[in-house]
Design a protein around this ligand. Structure first.
Ligand SMILES: [Mg+2]
Length: 346
């Protein structure tokens, strides 16, 4: 189940920065209750009285183990706040722009038939990049990828995410079969267990397919370990893993220095996170063209006009435009938010 906490930070001048945190115990190990309590009782009070421009100091105040989703929501609100105070988009705070439109990739799952049906459905809505979930059965998985390639033609990007579902030998077999079937995989994400960097490195050195670290790469120290051990060609940056935009830029800089690429991954969002990811991708040269925004096919956003319509399918040219307004450049539709608010009962 996807649940979210909307984070609001206000200043004495009356400016309000808005961020959001996802809670997903399966991936992040954080529940909705934990995210809310961490912000209300522990992290939020440490920020009272600080200058929102002091991002390094804010980061230092929140620099605890865990709670990365809560920290990401706070960091997103801080960036929105600074942008609004200066009257400039968040992308201008983190590097300016190297592109205006960001290609959208969707994650899909299911058996071969379901996968190819989904590709056809979303291609009709302008999507040009897919990331099927695979893992566990290299022979069957390779046939799924082959079926997808035969359905989408050569011009659509196909990435695959194993979500730690293989042994190193199975992952190598999957990659070799994908090469044999001429799938043209852009990359294979997290083939083996997240702590098994040696296994990741084994797979990486045995195949030509680019290997991406997702669950293995939460924080900037993880990124450094991945680099030191030669465990990946690509690092999947999720704001919710790394604790926000500021740390995401640090992770991208590490990857750049090591000659690695980055992908901006999905941890889902109500609209503010979509905008934050577009600003991050727009301002970072080494981030791959297609940004994963699976929420577009899963649920509505909670934004006011015009982004309630702009951040949804169908897509124009397979892309979303990076907002130009101050801060994240989007506004929450508070009436819509009220409809979905839930009360946590102890
Ligand atoms: Mg993944």
């Amino acid at each position: 189940m996807l649940e979210y906490v909307i984070v609001k930070i206000s200043t004495d001048d009356g400016i309000i920065g808005i961020g959001e945190s996802v809670s997903d115990i399966g991936f992040f190990g954080e529940t909705l209750e934990e995210v809310k309590m961490a912000i209300d009782r522990y992290l939020g009070p440490r920020l009272i009285g600080l200058d929102p421009f002091d991002r390094e100091q804010i980061l230092y105040q929140l620099d605890f183990r865990g709670n990365s989703c809560a920290r990401s929501g706070i960091d997103m609100a801080v960036h929105d706040l600074i942008g609004k105070a200066l009257g400039t988009p968040v992308s201008n705070l983190i590097g300016g722009r190297c592109r205006e439109r960001i290609e959208v990739a969707l994650e899909i799952g299911g058996d071969a038939r379901e996968l190819t049906d989904m590709c056809e459905k979303y291609m009709a809505q302008g999507v040009r990049a897919f990331k099927p979930k695979i893992g566990g059965y290299p022979d069957e998985d390779a046939l799924k990828l082959k079926a997808i390639r035969e359905t989408v033609g050569r011009d659509v990007k196909i990435r695959a995410d194993a979500n730690q579902g293989y042994t190193p030998k199975e992952a190598i077999r999957l990659c070799r079969l994908a090469e044999k079937y001429d799938v043209g995989l852009e990359l294979l994400e997290q083939p083996v267990g997240y702590l098994d960097l040696k296994g990741m490195a084994e797979v990486r050195s045995a195949v030509d397919v680019l290997i991406e670290a997702d669950e293995s790469g939460y924080c900037i120290q993880d990124a450094m370990n991945i680099i030191r051990q030669g465990a990946a060609d690509v690092i999947n940056i999720k704001l919710e893993k790394v604790g926000g935009l500021y740390n995401a830029k640090k992770m991208a800089a590490l990857a750049e220095a090591a000659g690695l690429q980055c992908v901006v991954g999905t941890a889902f969002g109500l609209g503010n996170t979509v905008a934050a990811k577009l600003h991050l991708a727009a301002s970072t040269m080494i981030i791959a063209d297609a940004v994963e925004l699976t929420e577009l096919r899963l649920h509505d956003n909670l934004l006011a006009e015009p982004y309630d319509k702009l951040f949804r399918l169908p897509l124009k040219d397979g892309c979303l435009e990076v907002p130009r307004g101050p801060g994240l450049g989007v506004t929450l539709d508070e009436e819509k938010v009220d409809r979905y608010i839930s009360t946590i009962i102890d």
